[in-house]
Design a protein around this ligand. Structure first.
Ligand code: CUA
Length: 323
């Protein structure tokens, strides 16, 4: 699979594009570079020209200097404004598109920590600092941080996303070239920040399926939902949320993907973000008609366990689709 490998290139001004959005990002970037470069060059030439023409002792005509030029002033205000609004609309269109995750995207759960990337596929297969993905299929990364702010950056995909502790961020892409592409951390996160490196390995569909099935364990790793079920048992969630509990906490079966009514009349979709918050900061948004008894589990469950626990809740939820 390495015949079109993306590694070890010579000097490149722009890493060769390898994702479906990379071409559009490059077009926007190069257009802005051309506009800014043309302006900078024009201004530099004008500075030189004026410096020579109006230097001390030059015989330039200084009689009757214009006090104002309304047409010129309007033109140099309106023209850049229209240009910038146009660039804004173009960029907004592309960025909004990048935020819309296709429903069929393959989910991969990523936890960033000082100083490594830990990735988990839907079937439970785990990787450290490597991400295997199939070519020409959308993949969505659900990113969490165990400690400080990191930033997931794949230059060849033209993708960069901050990974912020306390929340999930999402990033999707479709890889369009086979090969091996660098993952960098692009947010300073401590002494080993520069060593927080990884690789995306883009494979043919069949190779990817074979790779995915061949976990380190004979039958692959347990799925995130299975691991999450163990966390559910370890934390004894059922002692309050179970059907036969005397506490009558909201039942968790069928919760994921449903709309929940909150105190104060707000309604919220029970998704990854809401469930995560309910576990680590349950007092922030409480369910209508329920006493706020749930203790915070901040510090007791790591990001990996949280992701697995939510995968379990998803597996027993109303909406079992990918995030
Ligand atoms: Cu992680 Cu820099």
């Amino acid at each position: 699979m390495n015949e079109t490998s993306g590694t070890a290139p010579g000097f490149e001004l722009l890493t060769r594009a390898a994702s479906s959005i990379a071409g559009r990002t490059d077009a926007l970037f190069l257009t802005m570079l051309a506009i800014c470069g043309t302006m900078a060059l024009a201004l530099a030439l004008l500075i030189v020209w004026f410096s020579v023409r109006y230097r001390d002792g030059a015989h330039a005509d200084r009689s009757d200097p214009p006090s104002h030029a309304n047409g010129l002033e309007a033109a140099w205000t309106i023209a850049p404004m229209l240009l910038f609004i146009g660039i804004f609309a173009w960029a907004a269109h592309d960025y909004i598109d990048e935020r819309r995750v296709p429903a069929e995207a393959l989910p991969v759960y990523v936890v960033a920590k000082q100083w490594m990337w830990r990735l988990q596929h839907g079937n439970g297969r785990q990787e450290i600092n490597e991400l295997h993905v199939p070519i020409d299929r959308p993949v969505v990364l659900v990113l969490a941080s165990q400690d400080v702010i990191h930033s997931f950056f794949v230059p060849a995909f033209r993708l960069k996303q901050d990974v912020v502790p306390g929340r999930y961020t999402r990033l999707w892409f479709t890889a369009t070239r086979l090969g091996d592409f660098r993952i960098l951390c692009s947010e300073y996160c401590g002494t080993q920040h520069s060593g927080m490196l990884g690789h995306v390995i883009v494979m043919r569909d069949a190779d990817y399926a074979q790779w995915l099935a061949s976990g380190p364990a004979p039958h692959g790793d347990p799925t995130p939902a299975r691991l999450g079920e163990a966390v559910y048992r370890r934390l004894a969630c059922a002692s309050c949320h179970g059907a036969d509990s005397s506490v009558h906490a909201p039942p968790l079966h069928g919760l994921y993907g449903r709309v929940v009514a909150l105190d104060g009349g707000e309604r919220v979709l029970a998704d990854d973000e809401y469930l995560r918050e309910s576990i680590v900061a349950p007092k922030r948004r409480t369910v209508a008609g329920q006493p706020a008894l749930m203790p915070s589990y901040r510090g007791q469950v790591g990001e990996e366990d949280l992701q697995n626990l939510i995968a379990y809740l998803r597996s027993i939820g109303a909406d079992k689709g990918p995030p």
